[in-house]
Design a protein around this ligand. Sequence first.
Ligand SMILES: [Zn+2]
Length: 238
Amino acid sequence: MPFQMKYEIIPRYLPGPSKRRPMLPLARCRFMVAHDTGNPGATASANVSYFQRTSNDMSSSAHIFVDDNEILECIPFLTGPAEKAYHVVYNVTTDNARYGADANDAAGAVELCHGGRIRLTESYKRYVWVMAYACYRYGLNPSTDIAGHYMLDPARRSDPQQPLRQLGKTFSDFVRDVEEEYRASVIPEPQILISAEDANKMIRFLSASYFAVNDASAQAEFHRLANELRRISGQPAQ
Ligand SMILES: [Zn+2]
């Protein structure tokens, strides 16, 4: 089942191996962590540029930054083979209790950019969509497999509650929005109504008719009908 790619995810990878991007493979993505940058007014691009400039200064990072214009991936996660990002300290235990693993070893990290000139509702739409897409890509359940950073490290973190509050939303509202986006974006498999074999037999008749007429509009119609038969028999259009 394909997923509707409403937005582009732009890769802008940090240099690696570096402290922020050690280039270690993320063996398996078990859950997602929702963050916000805590840096009002800084765009996705500004955040990634800052990480690029400081790639060897410290080990903290995230996979994706989202603002009202762009979804930038600075550590491969959805645009390339997934690598680890360091976004939740190792010595907290909620991630282990809930998902059986440390976030840094088993989760994708998405940062919501907000504040200043960033249009929060637009940022939020992209944030919800990219979370839904990540759940789809890694076979996660949006209702149980998304944690807020504040849930994993309540003593030190509150993200992404502040921008959510600005939108009048709770974290549960956010999860519900992701569930809804997920449902709306998964494109169901075409229903197969006849076998490919039967369809191809009929297509051969249409093809004979196509070559028997000299009229372009009649030919276009035979072509359309052949593709309809391909569609309902689960074959690609030609
Ligand atoms: Zn965070």
